[in-house]
Each structure stands twice: as C-alpha cells, then as structure tokens.
Design a protein around this ligand. Structure first.
Ligand code: COI
Length: 363
C-alpha cells in the first residue's frame, strides 16, 4: 500500500508567486482558486490502485467517450485543513469522510478506496502545498476536494473498468459571502433531490446536478439556498442544496431530520449533534414536516434555524420563502446557533481541547 512518501512527486515549474498567493489567501472566497498541485491515482480491476502521484495542478485529458461524461459515475468528498495558532495544520474527522467515500463508492459501483490511502492522498497534497493553508482568522481554511470518476473509454452501460481518483485543494473563506448573516431558503415544491432507493445518501455529483434547477429557482426568488422535501410525500424536510438543517426549540432541544436513506449523513451534522449534547442541549434526529417548521416558528416553539456543512460550517437561516408566502426565522444569528458554531470552530482551530480526538495532524 502506498505511503505519503511513496507518492511520486512532480513539482510544478510555474508555482503561483508568494505575493499572489498572499493576495488570494487574504480574500479567497469559496472555490475560486486552486493550489499549485493535485493528487491523482488510477484503478483497474487487474492492478487495483496504482500510479499514486502529486503533480502540477492542471486539466485532465478526458476522452469524449469517458463513461463519466455520459453516465455520471462519480463521487466526491469535502473536508478542510485548518492552520492552528502555532502554525501546525490539521484536518477534522477525515476518517468519517473516508468511510462515507467508501459508502458512496459502493452505491455508485465504483471501487473501494482504503481509508489509509484516502488519508495518505490528502496528507501528501497538503504537505506539498502547505503554504496554501491560510491563517485561521475569518473562518479561513484550505478546502480539500477528493473525487473519483469513471475514466474508461466505453459507451456500454456498466461499471467502468478504469477509474481515476484525485484530490484538489482550494483556499476558502465563508461559503456564503454574507458570513454570519442569516441566509434565506427557498422551498422547492416541484423538484425533489432524491427518492427512496436512489442515491440521496451518496455524495455523488448527480445529486447536486438534480438540485441545480431548484437552486436556480431559489436564486430567481431572491434566496440563497433551496430546501428539499421527501420525494414520496413532499411532506418531510430532507436537506438543503448542499448542507443539512437544524431547528432549535425553546425547550433547549435541537432537532435535525432523521436519516431516511435519501439524506446525506453530514460530518458537520454528526459533530453538531455531539457538541450540542456536550453544551447541555438535547439533540434529536426525527422527521420534521414543512408544516412543523412553519407552525413552530409562528408559535414561537422554534426559536432558531441553522444550516450546517463542511463548506457552510454553521450558518443561521433567517427566512423561509415559498410561492405565495414567506416566514421570518430571525434577523440575526441566535444564541444557540452562535454557541454551537463557535464551539465547532474552536475545536477545528485548536482553541479548545479536542476531547473527541477529532483532529488529525497533517503538517
Ligand atoms: C461541502 O460542504 O463540503 C459540500 O460538499 C457542499 C457544497 C455546497 C460545497
């Protein structure tokens, strides 16, 4: 099995200048800039994983008949590298991302990538491009995007016999440009994201492709994000376009929709459930209908709503909007949302004790 030191390293001859990199790290936005290198590996049934390498960041050469372009056999992950005050670089619960990547791969008939190879790929890339990990102020981090796709040149519909795995890295600030400002959510009544027996619990590109028309509808209606209901009954809340959702009740209970096979099991979602308990709240996973959201806010039972994800961290939700109506859920980040968000960031940036052993040192 390859070790980080076994990854062949081809360094770029045209690295971004230190001045340009500093400018980018000062205001990275989200997903706009990429580091100097990337990690790539190949797989075939005969060879298993091979050709693990770090190489200059750049385009793949993709044959027009590569099966991913036709049948969307593709999965991905999202995690971050955080720079601590002493300069060291850490990532958060990468073994959970590795396990979810394996589950997504199984659902999408892609090959199994062992956890240690997933971790070694991340480690090799972050060590090579460690200068790209920003100082931690303002929620800045290096967003890591591992992905795997069907690269066999073949138009028959069957699992690909050539697969490519890669990791790219992108310096990131807040996902939403408004930072901690509450976001607005559009209720998708026509489109659903995932159906029972489908791929909702897998982190595959197709789920996000299916969400885009509803996300575009959200933007057309002045909203930041879309919320999807369950496909069977269009009754229960599932998740937003790229993040999970939580409701804070007046009695101190924090509720998120229970996993039903079509909701993505977010790493941040699981961490928020654990941190909430630790902070003295009662955390529950149960079905929440769209009516319960509306009625809960109107009656005052639901006091705060927030979204969470690796990219979104913990972001307050200020407005729910639908065709013909809207409901204010709060003009600013609520006390519980802010407390949970701060605790999560404190753990990720090493400002409090890592009681759960969630951090994994990279550099
Ligand atoms: C993440 O939070 O890492 C995601 O993959 C979601 C996407 C909205 C960026």
């Amino acid at each position: 099995m390859a070790k980080p030191t076994d990854f062949a390293i081809e360094r770029t001859a045209s690295a971004v200048s230190a001045q340009r990199r500093a400018d980018i790290l000062g205001d990275p936005g989200f997903g706009r800039y990429f580091t100097d290198h990337m990690c790539v590996m190949e797989w075939t049934p005969e060879k298993g994983w091979y050709a693990a390498r770090i190489k200059p960041y750049g385009p793949f050469s993709v044959d027009p008949a590569s099966s991913v372009l036709h049948y969307a056999q593709e999965i991905f992950e999202g995690l971050k590298a955080y720079r601590h005050a002493d300069g060291s670089v850490w990532t958060f619960r990468p073994e959970v991302n590795a396990a979810r990547f394996q589950q997504s791969a199984a659902r999408m008939a892609l090959p199994h990538l062992p956890e240690d190879l997933f971790l070694q790929a991340i480690e090799a890339l972050v060590r090579t491009d460690s200068d790209w990990v920003p100082e931690g102020g303002g929620e800045r981090s290096l967003y890591l995007r591992p992905f795997m796709f069907a690269s066999e040149v073949f138009l028959g519909v069957r699992p690909s016999k050539h697969v490519t795995f890669a990791v790219i890295a992108s310096p990131a600030g807040p996902y939403f440009p408004g930072g901690l400002e509450p976001v607005s959510i559009w209720l998708s009544e026509e489109f659903t994201r995932a159906a029972p027996g489908g791929t909702g619990a897998a982190k595959c590109g197709g789920n996000y492709a299916a969400s885009l028309i509803a996300q575009a509808e959200a933007i057309d209606n002045g909203c930041d994000q879309v919320v999807f209901l369950d496909a069977a009954n269009k009754h229960d809340i599932e998740e937003l376009g790229g993040m999970n959702i939580f409701f804070v009740h007046g009695d101190g209970t924090i509720v998120t929709p229970r996993l039903n096979g079509s909701i993505l099991e977010g790493v941040t979602r699981a961490s928020v459930l654990a941190l909430a308990e630790e902070l003295g709240y009662r955390a529950e996973e149960r079905s929440v209908s769209i009516e319960q959201w509306r009625e809960g806010v109107v009656s005052g039972d639901i006091e705060e709503v927030f979204a969470c994800g690796t990219a979104a961290v913990v972001t307050p939700v200020g407005l729910l909007k639908w065709r013909g109506g809207q409901l204010s859920c709060g003009d600013e980040s609520g006390k519980v949302t802010t407390t949970i968000r701060e605790r999560l960031l404190d753990v990720q940036y090493g400002r409090v004790d890592d009681a759960h052993g969630w951090l994994h040192r990279l550099v």
